[in-house]
Design a protein around this ligand. Structure first.
Ligand code: ATP
Ligand code: MG
Length: 381
């Protein structure tokens, strides 16, 4: 039996992959109807820090993983005293803190040449006063607990910066220079207990309102030299952490072609959902393999892929009334793979599911995905 801390959609897809290999699963989540809890053999319904629940999870599962980024690192450390846990609490703690994360990236940059955006950590009034002008205009991001663009503010001047930092309650933040982005991409790697690393293709990502909207993965999507640099930098970041498990690193490509490392997620990632349908091993298969100590094999993408995120907004019409969606027409398109996460309530910005298109060529997959976007009322891309 394999265990997972957290019951969201990533946990649900992990459970599906584990079950395909014949494992039983146990999920710990406070929600009695979480996406992963609904499909798992066992559910421990409790808070992530509940000591009895953590002990029960360790008693049942032979190895334990996590599926969301803000899982309490001390809960992982507690579990690790009882069972193998991957990723390790220490790696998760670094990814949870933008200040530590950026310091790690800056260390890796010495070898890979791929640096984070110019930044300054702001923890005190003195840090605030010492911010160099060159970082403005910039983006102020809370060091902890940000996701989907939450906990961020764009600031053009020192006055706006000071006001934004106060609005955030004066918590630890990083100020990053606002960069001229040409595009965004991400790389997912899996690293085994023996240090072997395999990587998935580089994903090209389009965000809307700070949330991932579209991921495209097909030939000629990105210049080959860039693909190699991004993959090498990601392997380096994983190795330097002695990471075990699935890791996603997000990058910016600037207008002048510079590759900049943005942030990492110590788990499978939304931009890797296409691997379930377009690769012979998905990011969740890799998570199961690293957790169970099974062989890692380099995955092969067999189809061009486009993934569209389905946010809760889609379930409402322009007047804010619930509407039904044209699934029949969407599923009549070739290569459509619909994944809904079993969430009963649609909310603005909530990830309800995703739709992956696969095809033999980039042209074909884009045409079908664009047609689906039109049917669903999603913006073109
Ligand atoms: P996630 O949901 O990926 O965890 P997040 O809330 O942690 O998101 P970031 O990935 O840091 O936030 O930023 C969200 C988006 O804002 C980025 O994908 C990018 O589009 C934009 N962005 C962030 N930092 C910068 C920057 N320094 N310059 C320009 N754009 C940026
Ligand atoms: Mg991000």
């Amino acid at each position: 039996m394999l265990g997972v801390l957290g019951g969201g959609q990533l946990g649900r897809m992990f459970v599906h992959a584990a079950q395909a290999l014949g494992y039983d699963t146990v999920v710990l989540d406070p929600d009695p109807a979480s996406p992963a809890g609904l499909v798992s053999h066992h559910l421990i319904q409790a808070d992530y820090r509940d000591p009895d629940a953590l002990r029960e999870l360790a008693a049942r599962a032979l190895a334990i993983t996590t599926e969301f980024e803000n899982v309490p690192a001390d809960a992982l450390a507690e579990l690790a005293r009882l069972r193998p846990v991957s990723p390790a609490a220490e790696a998760v703690a670094i990814a949870q803190d933008r200040i530590r994360e950026k310091a790690h990236f800056a260390r890796c940059a010495a070898r890979s040449g791929v640096a984070p955006a110019p930044y300054a950590a702001i923890e005190t009034e003195a840090d605030l006063a010492a911010v160099p002008d060159a970082l403005l205009p910039g983006i102020l991001k809370t060091a902890r607990l940000g996701y989907d663009g939450k906990g961020q503010a764009r600031v053009a001047s020192r006055e706006e910066l000071a006001a934004a930092w106060r609005r955030m309650g004066g918590v630890a933040c990083v100020l990053e220079q606002l960069l001229p982005l040409a595009l965004e991409c991400s790389v997912i790697v899996a690293r085994g207990q023996d240090g072997q690393v395999v990587s998935l293709p580089v994903q090209r990502n389009l965000h809307r309102g700070g949330i991932l909207a579209v991921t495209e993965v097909h030939e000629q999507n990105l210049p080959p030299a860039l693909v190699q640099r991004a993959q090498a930098a990601t392997v380096d970041i994983a190795n330097e952490l002695r990471y075990v498990g699935v890791l996603c690193v997000e990058y910016f490509v600037l207008e002048d072609g510079t590759l900049v490392v943005n942030e990492m997620a110590p788990r499978p990632h939304n931009s890797g959902h296409y691997t379930v349908d377009a690769c012979d091993l998905s990011q969740f298969d890799l998570q199961v393999r690293t957790l169970a100590g099974l062989p890692l094999v380099q995955p092969r993408q067999h189809s061009a892929a486009v993934m569209l995120n389905l946010l809760g907004d889609l379930w409402f019409d322009a007047a804010g009334q619930p509407r039904s969606l044209p699934w029949t027409e969407v599923l009549a398109l070739p290569g459509a793979h619909l994944h809904l996460y079993g969430k009963t309530e649609a909310r603005h910005g909530r990830k309800m599911g995703h739709l992956t298109f696969t095809a033999a060529s980039a042209g074909e997959v884009r045409a079908n995905a664009l047609r689906a976007a039109e049917l669903l009322g999603l913006e073109s891309f």
